[in-house]
Write a protein that binds this ligand. Structure first.
Ligand code: DAH
Length: 341
């Protein structure tokens, strides 16, 4: 029996030494020390021994068990350490390898142009206003002195939202003039940038959605000279100190007198070239002195107060500012285009 015990000891220790992983080791633990294991089987036979032999064999069996348990422990630690080592090697992270750079976005040229304009007007004491893109026809047309049969109201030009044509997608930012004058008392100095919508087919210079910047100043003694001075300052800041503008008579229902403002072509300085289509001048915006009827309709006394207003096409401004030749580029958001600004 002693020999058998010694054999189990040798066999088990050798097997444990050769175990390659925790599962194999555990199988060996069951094989030798488990309830149905070889050593346990031996111990069960102890009863058959003589009283003299029993303590001696008991001692041997205990020492075998202790050896096996110690070996199990030792191998388990070794295997665990090896496993951890392998895992660490596999997951090794070299923090000195340069990372993949994150591509930063760019500010859209429209936002750049808008930011520049807003900054200039804020420095002149203007307040920035925002208003709804879904607007009342009353604000978009009627209170801006636009007659019932005015062509701009036509269904072929304007997106109406309701059957009775009382609600629409604003066709201009000018209704912000009404909203400002309803809310504020003179002196008023506001700038209202935003989206506007018209039923236009998309081409190099048209889009059914575009942006305008509306400006409105109302106070005592405001004249056309204030309008000209303000716009001159804007273009000089935007396009350079040598920029020249001209005011050309025009008609808008909500201003009297009205004008369109052109900037002298920065390429040919008025001679006429391909950039200005031979004109020497490039149209920038519409403007004028706020019509007395519009002031009155907002509860502002036209005998005491006067005002000027203007509406700038933001796309046109951005295209000129960044020399973009096709309006569609602005809305397509092709990253190759956007990353140039
Ligand atoms: N709202 C006009 C348009 O869309 C532009 C405009 C003209 C705005 C004259 C004004 C103005 O404030 O006074 O064509």
């Amino acid at each position: 029996m002693k020999e058998q015990l010694e054999q189990i000891r040798l066999q088990a220790l050798a097997a444990m030494d050769g175990a390659n992983d925790a599962a194999e080791l555990d199988a060996l633990r069951v094989k030798f020390l488990g309830k149905k294991g070889e050593l346990t089987a031996m111990l069960k036979q102890m009863g058959k021994l003589s009283p003299e032999e029993r303590p001696i064999m008991g001692q041997v069996a205990n020492s075998v068990r202790a050896d096996l348990e110690a070996k199990l422990e030792e191998r388990k630690s070794a295997l665990d350490a090896a496993a951890m080592d392998a895992k660490l090697k596999a997951e090794k992270l070299d923090v000195t390898i340069p990372g993949n750079p994150v591509k930063l976005g760019y500010k859209h040229p429209m936002n750049k142009a808008l930011d520049e304009a807003v900054e200039i007007f804020i420095n002149m004491g203007f307040t920035i206003l925002e208003g709804p893109e879904i607007e009342l026809a009353d604000y978009n047309f009627t209170r801006l002195n636009t007659e019932e049969n005015h062509p701009a109201r036509d269904h072929s030009d304007t997106f109406y939202i309701t059957e009775d044509d009382s609600v629409l997608l604003r066709t201009q930012t000018s209704p912000m003039q009404i909203r400002a004058m309803d809310e504020m008392k003179p002196p008023i100095r506001v700038l209202a940038p935003g989206r506007v919508f018209r039923k236009d087919e998309v081409d190099a210079t048209h889009s059914p959605m575009f942006h305008q910047i509306e400006g409105l100043v109302v106070d005592e003694g405001i004249t056309m000279a204030d309008l000209k001075g303000t716009l001159e300052l804007l273009v000089k800041k935007l396009y350079g100190e040598d920029s020249v503008i001209r005011l050309r008579p025009h008609h808008f229902p909500f201003t009297e007198p009205s004008c369109e403002v052109d900037i002298q072509c920065f390429k040919c300085h008025g001679e006429g070239c391909s950039t200005c289509k031979g004109e020497g001048w490039i149209e920038l915006l519409g403007a004028g002195m706020v019509h007395p009827k519009v002031l009155e309709g907002c509860g502002i006394d036209p005998d005491k107060y006067s005002g000027f207003a203007f509406g700038i096409g933001l796309e046109r401004m951005a295209m000129r500012r960044f020399q973009i030749s096709d309006l569609r580029l602005i809305f397509e958001n092709d990253i190759r285009f956007l990353s140039q600004f």
